[in-house]
Design a protein around this ligand. Sequence first.
Ligand code: TYD
Length: 207
Amino acid sequence: MFITFEGIDGCGKTTQIKLLAEYLDQKGIKNVMLREPGGVKISEEIRTLLLDAHEKIEPITELMLFSAARAQLVETLLKPKLAAGISVLCDRFYDSTTAYQGFGRGLDVAMIDNINKAATGGLEPDLTIFLDISVAESKNRTCRQIADRIEQSGDNFFERVRAGFIALSEKYPNRVKRINVEGEDVESVRNQIVVVVNKYLCEHANA
Ligand code: TYD
């Protein structure tokens, strides 16, 4: 299984990935957690460049850097794990590029679709958990941290990014599952994710 987690900054992905990893461990399903951008040396170095709040990066450069980081991760770590029968839980994947660089920065989404395919060699997640939260609530959750370059992009940017994720969940309803996290506690979100994953496992038990 290849499961990705998506949503605007502060939606609680990192906590929920860990909880799902524990759940899969209990079920005896081997898994690893990866994050984007990152996971391998080259991609972690690109991540440092991308998040540096002192740099001004052009939208097209940003797109290429996120995609380059992804290509390296996919070929050198993600595909080998899947080939070895290990499930991968990834904190963000190409839907973030569509939402942030496409809807957020305003780059052409059809072009991004092509770049996403090239960067992943056509690899698609089996399931994408989209944790949906309002921009106001996400700001409350992240306000105590120092904002990185992307987090400094402003409320209108994040409204567009959120709209992008919602559009993706409507375009790919079988893959992208929208889970409302606004006002929900960690346990209730975790339980909703477990239901989605178990449904997927049941439907693909004989595949
Ligand atoms: P990170 O600190 O991992 O944020 P989060 O914990 O919210 O995932 O930083 C990743 C940032 O990069 C985040 O603001 C989303 C952004 N991003 C893009 O803009 N495009 C992408 O393709 C990816 C993978 C991430």
